[in-house]
Ligand binder design. Structure first.
Ligand code: 6PG
Length: 238
């Protein structure tokens, strides 16, 4: 695994650098297998990047398939919904076929059923058998101050999952049911890129870079064959 940390002066510089990587990764994937697959995170940090991306009409959206990394178990219309955020900032502003959009189905009777349905959809899309794990071309992640990433929180059983692709989780603070991709899926991607900005992330970024605390979920991200990249602003980098 190759990992790289890059620091930028402004968020706009992060977005345009990330836009270049997106362009390269998607063009390569489309040339090789005729489609590009990405899993996108919620949270505040990437919203600006999604807005930037919505202006990139040159990207091959009709061949791009977008999944979510995690979701709150709320209706898509809810202000807490990651899908809603993604729709407002990106999906509603670009020409992308609706069958290329793969939101987490939260309108189910339980988070477990939602997770199972999403896993089925992923197996269908990537044509996987029972034991295979998808290879996303790109997974975009954020980091919480406690070191969580996706909806994988420190000290939870979710971190021990080895078989399921998608699981229900119920971390504390704020106590809310969520659904998340698992570490085996994240670590099987070709490119994993973290977007990290703001001073509040400085302490956790230092821990991750020092590498002493392997119990931090973000430190467990280590794509076996892929690239691991952290894009940070100066405030987060310190
Ligand atoms: C979510 C995310 C989560 C997020 C981090 C960082 O649904 O909340 O996917 O893992 O990336 O909590 O969030 P901020 O970008 O808002 O700091």
């Amino acid at each position: 695994m190759m990992s790289e940390y890059l620091v930028f002066d402004t968020n706009d510089e992060i977005w345009s650098y990330m836009g270049k990587r997106w362009e390269e990764i998607s063009a390569k994937a489309i040339a090789e297998k005729r489609y590009f697959s990405a899993a996108l995170s919620g949270g505040k940090t990437p919203a600006g990047f999604y807005q930037y991306l919505s202006g990139r009409h040159d990207l091959q959206w009709e061949k791009s398939h977008l999944f979510l990394v995690d979701e709150r178990f709320v209706p898509w219309e809810s202000p807490e919904s990651n899908y809603r955020m993604l729709h407002e900032n990106l999906l509603g502003r670009i020409q992308i076929p609706s069958e290329n959009i793969h939101p987490i189905p939260t309108g189910q009777s339980s988070p477990d059923i939602s997770a199972k349905k999403y896993e089925e959809e992923m197996r269908r899309f990537f044509k996987l058998d029972e034991n295979s794990i998808p290879n996303f071309d790109l997974i975009l992640l954020g980091i919480g101050e406690d070191g969580h990433t996706a909806s994988l929180f420190p000290g939870t059983d979710a971190l021990k999952e080895t078989k399921r692709l998608v699981i229900p989780v119920r971390p504390g603070e704020p106590l809310m049911d969520r659904i998340s991709l698992t570490l085996p899926v994240i670590n099987n991607a070709w490119n994993v890129i973290f977007l990290v900005s703001g001073q509040r992330k400085r302490a956790v970024m230092r821990k991750i870079r020092e590498g002493h605390d392997q119990t931090l979920p973000a430190s467990m991200v280590s794509p076996e064959r892929g690239l691991l990249l952290f894009l940070m602003d100066r405030e987060a980098a310190g």
